[in-house]
Design a protein around this ligand. Structure first.
Ligand code: CTP
Length: 226
């Protein structure tokens, strides 16, 4: 099948992409969140669609978007995202974990708004690591892609460590020292593969990274059953 004049390499493949940030309620008006816009995940979803994939986007909190032809599932919390991801991975060929998952959530959600005088401390508990947990159940013919947002020195080395600790095939590590990637259309970072290949991106369009990731996905998946 041809899409946009190119041969579509992901026809018949199911790709699950998580995007945006998760949000953890503190009380009825406050929450823990992050600055993810969801743009990178959506760029990947779009590029996967262009290659003919069946795409499910598990969407946390993002900028508003419209992407037709995807199966969109909206979630708020990390736990909700985990449930959806684990259900969707049954029968999926690839997981792209582009979401910025809140690493912790309040120990309890207050039903009543917390009085500002009492808002001095917040007890937290760790959220599940969705990607690491999903990796444990990863089937031999599935491909996983992770992301890492790092600050400080040795960004690439931190990324390599995470590639292995998270059990993924590809990991894109980006420098967020100044918070600059969030909401931007461009990205600077390194895509690392477990085969040892690396691709550098400097102020590249997020779609360019999306195309590279999708292309690697297609190549790896083609090795399993043509
Ligand atoms: N991730 C996840 N579940 C979490 C946290 C992160 O699935 N609770 C995923 C992200 O979607 C991303 C990757 O894991 O693909 C890297 O996340 P990051 O927060 O950089 O990794 P951590 O191991 O949480 O980082 P660190 O231990 O350095 O804080």
């Amino acid at each position: 099948r041809e899409i946009s004049g190119r041969s579509a390499r992901l026809v018949g493949r199911k790709v699950v992409v998580t995007t945006g940030g998760t949000m953890e309620s503190i009380d009825p008006v406050r929450f823990i969140g992050n600055r993810s816009s969801g743009r990178q995940g959506l760029a990947i979803a779009y590029e996967a669609l262009r290659e003919g994939a069946e795409v499910t986007v598990v969407s946390g909190i993002t900028e508003e978007y419209e992407l037709s032809a995807i199966n969109r599932i909206d979630v708020k919390t990390a736990q909700e995202m985990q449930q959806v991801v684990s259900a969707e991975m049954e029968g999926a060929d690839a997981l792209v974990m582009a979401a910025a998952v809140a690493d912790a959530r309040p120990e309890q959600i207050e039903v009543e708004k917390i009085n500002k005088g009492e808002l001095t401390k917040l007890a937290l508990i760790k959220n599940p690591d969705i990607l690491a947990e999903a990796s444990r159940l990863k089937k031999g013919n599935q491909i996983f892609v992770g992301f890492a947002a790092e600050t400080g020195d040795g960004i690439r080395e931190k990324g390599l460590k995470k590639l292995h600790s998270k059990g993924v095939d590809l990991l894109y590590v980006t420098d967020v020292s100044d918070g600059k990637v969030f909401g931007e259309t461009e990205t600077t970072g390194v895509l690392l593969s477990k085969r040892g290949t690396e691709w550098e991106f400097r102020a590249a369009d997020k779609h360019e990274l999306g195309r590279r990731i999708v292309s690697e996905l297609a190549m790896e998946l083609a090795k399993f059953n043509g």
